[in-house]
Design a protein. Structure first.
Length: 405
């Protein structure tokens, strides 16, 4: 008995099996200018004109207008594209390096179809462009296409491979339209959330620049009311306690959450917080709850916090500082402070003397507290928006898995 070709999750009002068929049954033509270059046409790229679309700027779900921006003038466009013009909504597919990115022509502008990217002219009686784009981005399609790839380092899929590719889709175009519209709206929501998050991060960056004194200055550009006077330059080791990590013997590592949480480096941190991953029976050096955790090996200078009492390995140091110190260390990472000190040709690191001797500028404790609280609130807002974005992406992944056969 064969399984029914129906998705796990479906819009109301639609029933019956989906149709399994050869991919090219839904495609009238494939536009593929594999190997074509301006030089082969006796021409060259221009400073401006029509943007060329390649595997470097066709991303998954959108076209990156700033990456690998090559342009062709009217003469090149006429030689290259006339008779095979692209249109708004048409589906693009990258065949290699990377394989499997799927986007759609975003507007009515003219584009040149360039290297390692193909476009599909659909059979409008069989499939819609919006549904095709989502279908090709579904996990099932991507996994099957990946299995068909050939080549060494740069895996690619050929039109011959695509001719063996089978897809399952609704026979009813109205159901395809419903699915396509649903995912377009979901992707718009994700894009808006990404922009909101990026704007918050840019806002924090601007505040960090203005609320801490610049090099060779002793007061910040932006300051809370009621605070005056110069900030004082001090060595970090003179104002906070610093504990350098020491790794336990590997035979004492465990996966038992009842043992001591071990933090060895950046892999044990996520979004600036310790995430338990490895445990140990041996206690070497400890960090206490609310300590700041500084990465002392590549990537040098990453800073986070711990909500637990932990054992720290040699890849990190614990710093017993307040929220102001945490934000100061974060700014030092952004400014590349530690990169100037790190040693090692292939494996960068900083040592105890580097950390203790780091010069920082600090105001009176009351101003430290106000600055720390301000950035703590901003960080919490950023974290909240990151979680919303992560939730939306997981939701999309679940729908992609459940709404296709």
């Amino acid at each position: 008995m064969t399984d029914k070709l129906v998705p796990k999750r479906r819009f109301k009002g639609f029933s019956g099996d989906w149709e399994q068929c050869d991919f090219f049954k839904n495609i009238k033509n494939t536009i593929d200018f594999r190997g074509r270059t301006p030089k082969k046409l006796g021409m060259d790229w221009s400073e401006s004109g029509y943007l060329a679309l390649s595997a470097l700027n066709v991303k998954n779900g959108y076209i990156d207008l700033s990456t690998d921006a090559h342009y062709g003038d009217q003469e090149l466009y006429n030689k290259w594209m006339v008779g095979r013009e692209l249109y708004k909504g048409q589906v693009l597919f990258t065949t290699e390096a990377p394989m499997g990115n799927v986007a759609q022509i975003p507007d009515d502008n003219k584009y040149i179809l360039s290297q390692r990217t193909i476009a599909f002219d659909i059979n409008q009686e069989k499939i819609t462009n919006d549904f095709l784009a989502i279908l090709l981005r579904s996990p099932k399609s991507f996994n099957e296409l990946s299995a068909m790839t050939s080549g060494g380092t740069a895996k690619g899929v050929s039109q011959k491979s695509l001719s063996q590719f089978k897809v399952t889709l609704p026979k009813n175009l109205k159901e395809q339209i419903k699915i396509g519209n649903f995912f377009k709206q979901l992707e718009k929501t994700i894009t808006l959330q990404e922009r909101k998050l990026e704007k918050l991060k840019i806002t924090k960056q601007a505040y960090l620049e203005e609320m801490f004194p610049k090099e060779n200055e002793t007061v910040p550009k932006r300051r809370f009311k009621g605070f005056t006077g110069d900030w004082e330059q001090r060595k970090l080791g003179d104002i906070v306690e610093i504990v350098m990590g020491q790794s336990p013997n590997s035979e004492n590592y465990t996966d038992n959450p009842l043992d001591n949480i071990l933090v060895q480096g950046n892999a044990d941190m996520k979004n600036g917080r310790v995430v338990p991953r490895v445990w140990t029976k041996q206690i070497t050096k400890k960090a206490e709850r609310n300590d700041l955790i500084l990465s002392v090996r590549a990537p040098v200078g990453d800073i986070g916090k711990t909500d637990y009492s932990i054992v720290i390995g040699r890849g990190v140091a614990a710093i017993r500082g307040n929220e102001f110190i945490f934000q100061t260390l974060g700014k030092m990472k952004i400014d590349g402070y530690w990169n100037k000190l790190s040693t090692g040709s292939t494996f960068e690191s900083i040592n105890s003397n580097d950390i203790k001797g780091a010069q920082i500028k600090i105001p009176k404790i009351e101003e430290q507290t106000q600055i720390g609280n301000f950035f703590k609130q901003l960080d919490q807002t950023i974290t909240l928006q990151e979680r919303k974005l992560e939730k939306l992406k997981k939701l999309k992944a679940a729908y992609l898995s459940e709404m296709f056969v």
